[in-house]
Design a binder for this molecule. Structure first.
Ligand SMILES: Nc1ncnc2c1ncn2[C@@H]1O[C@H](COP(=O)(O)OP(=O)(O)OP(=O)(O)O)[C@@H](O)[C@H]1O
Ligand SMILES: [Mg+2]
Length: 250
């Protein structure tokens, strides 16, 4: 695998929501290489969900271009959809169905045949520590467990690129650890991962590169270590403070 091959290319991306005067994202340029774990980081309202929703084809941009694996998002959306998995910020599961039933449903929706899907659902439930609970209704699960099922749902068709919006928000240490471990494992298997977070510490360890976004502007882009070295700082939290004059949690 060529680690350096660009798999996502974003140029001049802008989004203005109808009825709003401000740009939710403003002239975003970035490239993500195959095999990366890329983190899009920023405070509430920075434009993370807007950006990732555009990249995975859930909503149109106002300006700019997105090319994924050599395909234009504008004209090749259907082919791109087969290459990508999407894990949204809001959990979208059927509470009255069991974990297995939910995943069989989402896997079939993603085009995986039942024969392949059944053992894969069991395997992924094991990987994410949920196998013992496979026949329980998702409505009775904790937030962290729901988030793990939500994540598996986006992975069942074994996408080349996985987009996740705040996969670790509001989960306990155990679930967070399991989610991050699994993302690392899928990444080692070749999956490119693009995820958003407002946990700078988490991204510092997990990501090959990050983009820091604030008020719709990309204010830093690079490997966490090089960004910190460049500014002689010892954490991404300090970097954010240095670049914006504010703490991220303001
Ligand atoms: N549907 C919408 N209509 C109008 N404005 C919107 C809409 N969705 C988001 N915005 C605005 O766009 C900006 C960016 O929002 P976005 O949801 O992308 O931020 P975010 O970084 O994901 O924040 P959070 O950390 O809270 O999830 C914010 O100012 C938000 O109010
Ligand atoms: Mg968001």
């Amino acid at each position: 695998m060529n680690e350096k091959a660009v798999i996502i290319k974003v140029k001049g991306l802008e989004k203005k929501y109808p009825g709003s005067d401000a740009l939710a994202i403003n002239q975003l340029d970035m490239e993500i290489s195959k095999g990366e774990i890329f983190g899009l980081l920023g405070p509430n309202g920075a434009g993370k969900t807007t950006t990732i929703s555009i990249l995975c084809g859930l909503m149109p941009s106002t300006e700019g271009t997105v090319v994924i694996d050599g395909l234009s998002l504008q004209s090749d959306k259907d082919r791109i959809k087969k290459l990508i998995g999407v894990v949204p910020q809001d959990i979208a599961l059927y509470p009255t169905l069991t974990a297995t039933e939910n995943l069989m449903f989402f896997g079939q929706m993603a085009g995986v045949n039942t024969k392949t899907l059944r053992p894969r659902v069991a395997e992924y439930l094991k990987r994410f520590g949920l196998f013992e609970r496979r026949n329980d209704r998702v409505g009775n699960f904790s937030g962290g467990m729901k988030r793990r099922v939500n994540l598996i749902a986006g992975l069942l068709h074994q996408p080349e690129i996985l987009f996740l919006d705040e996969p670790t928000v509001g989960v306990d240490v155990h679930s967070r650890h399991m989610i991050l471990e699994s993302l690392n494992e899928f990444n080692r298997g070749g999956t490119t991962i693009v995820y958003t977070s407002h946990h700078l510490n988490e991204a510092e360890n997990l990501c090959t590169r990050i983009g820091v976004i604030d008020h719709g502007h990309l204010i830093a882009l690079g490997a966490p270590k090089s960004l910190m070295e460049e500014h002689s700082l010892s954490s991404l939290e300090e970097l954010f403070l240095h670049l914006t004059g504010r703490h991220l949690r303001d």
